[in-house]
Design a protein around this ligand. Sequence first.
Ligand code: ZN
Length: 200
Amino acid sequence: MDLQFTLPSRTQITNIGFDSYYQGCPGCKSKIYAVQHTSHKSVQEIGTPFIRNIHNVESKTVRCGKCGWQGSPEHPYYPKNYTVTLGVITYALKAALGTDNCSAKTIASQLHSQHHVDIDDKTVQKWIDHHQDTFLNEIGCDWDTPAVISPLISSFPSLEVTPDPPPYASKKSLRERMRSTLQAKLFLQQIQRRPSRSES
Ligand SMILES: [Zn+2]
């Protein structure tokens, strides 16, 4: 049988309802609330070369029915002011700071061609600049990441998260490799910033 290589890519949309992640009032834990405002935003999640993966996230400003607290609780997997999920940002930081040591341009290109995420390389560079210290200190070393991320997305009824085995032999060696990568980058930046000696 001949294979058909002209299959079209498709978009998969996952709706994330407010009640699927609302943990209750931060003051009194009550889940009874009155809605003051509702909005939706579409964010890009990691996809495949053939599937664009969009999450449509519902946000609400609520007033607690018990104590009167008001606020707009956020889902940590969909950080405010980002058009992508935390998973996409984590992917980019891992590619930049891990052993692959990719440039922002390469990461943006991979996200586009392999994962159907459209983001420009300047934005990727901003993520790296803003978050690399936090990433290396808090997340980068614990690279059996499902332990970090899966609690955040466990509220998705439609998604099942099966932790992959850690891709590296030991966390310690990964931490060391990532730190040495970062140190090498900083060292190179320092060298490049040094004014070149004038030649006589
Ligand atoms: Zn309350």
